[in-house]
Design a protein around this ligand. Structure first.
Ligand SMILES: C[S@@+](CC[C@H](N)C(=O)[O-])C[C@H]1O[C@@H](n2cnc3c(N)ncnc32)[C@H](O)[C@@H]1O
Length: 251
């Protein structure tokens, strides 16, 4: 019997991102030859580390609050010979005083840059990203959007207090980036395969643990959490989208 259920060990990225899309995004971003990279809400920073592998002259700082994820990032950086160029810092990104970087990553972490209520936290996050990127640099912004307006029944099956007003649709999301001082170099969205791989990977290790640990003291709460998340995800499947916006700051 293991002590605690494993969690997130089956994920490469903490979001719906395929190997193919990651490779294409990194090739496009690396072509701008950034020397400094700032990753807002980096988690274990797999994308940031791949940017460093693609751009040997670059150094990177990742900010996050989750020690466990930062520790995984540091271990991965060391294993890949990147420890001297990748700094994983336990620090809030909210109002950060870090100096602007040539490439700013903010993948699924817009909430780290704003205290405003949704959806205006997205506007505030984008203004912060404009402040944090150097002229001539790039921002990669990964953010949720509604693929269509969710019905009241769907909203009641999603996360607590889910509301139709909390996300923009894709057109308004890109408009918000433009209003914050960017032009969109590239607009792309996660497909269903990427979502299914992400959401299955999100639970798979814990599901396998639960199947052989049903007598464990943590089994009941683990089962409740897994069942709740599965029901939520299978409700927002095809309704909640995720955009990858490669943004050029207007100077
Ligand atoms: C969905 S995860 C994305 C992680 C990573 N960007 C990726 O794509 O793999 C969002 C991350 O934002 C981090 N986060 C939330 N609020 C934050 C804050 N105020 N400062 C820094 N990180 C924050 C969370 O701890 C979490 O790791």
């Amino acid at each position: 019997m293991t002590d605690t259920p494993p969690h997130l060990t089956r994920l490469t990225f903490h979001g719906p991102l395929s190997e193919t899309r990651a490779t294409t995004l990194i090739r496009r971003l690396a072509a701008t030859k950034p020397t400094t990279v700032l990753d807002i809400g980096c988690g274990w920073g797999e994308f940031m580390l791949r940017v460093l592998e693609a751009v040997p002259q670059a150094t990177a700082v990742g900010l996050d609050l989750r020690e466990e994820d930062l520790a995984r990032g540091r271990r991965d950086a060391t294993a890949r010979g990147l420890a001297d160029r990748a700094d994983f810092v336990a620090e809030s990104a909210l109002g950060t005083t870090r100096t602007p970087a040539d490439l700013v990553l903010c993948l699924g972490a817009g909430q780290a840059l704003s205290t405003a209520e949704p959806p205006h936290h997205t506007d505030e996050a984008l203004r912060e990203l404009r402040r944090l990127v150097t002229d001539g640099g790039r921002v990669l912004f990964g953010e949720g959007f509604w693929q269509r307006t969710p019905t009241p029944a769907e909203l009641s099956g999603m996360w607590p207090d889910a509301s139709a007003g909390e996300h923009y649709d894709l057109a308004r999301l890109v408009d918000a980036a433009v209003a914050a001082g960017f032009r969109p170099e590239w607009t792309e969205t996660a497909n269903l395969d990427e979502w299914e791989e992400f959401e299955s990977g999100y639970q798979a290790d814990t599901e396998i643990w639960l199947a052989s640990n049903s007598d464990h003291p943590l089994a009941a709460e683990t089962r409740t959490r897994l069942d709740r998340h599965r029901a939520q995800w299978l409700t927002y499947r095809g309704v909640l989208g995720y955009a990858y916006l490669t943004l050029v700051p207007v100077v």
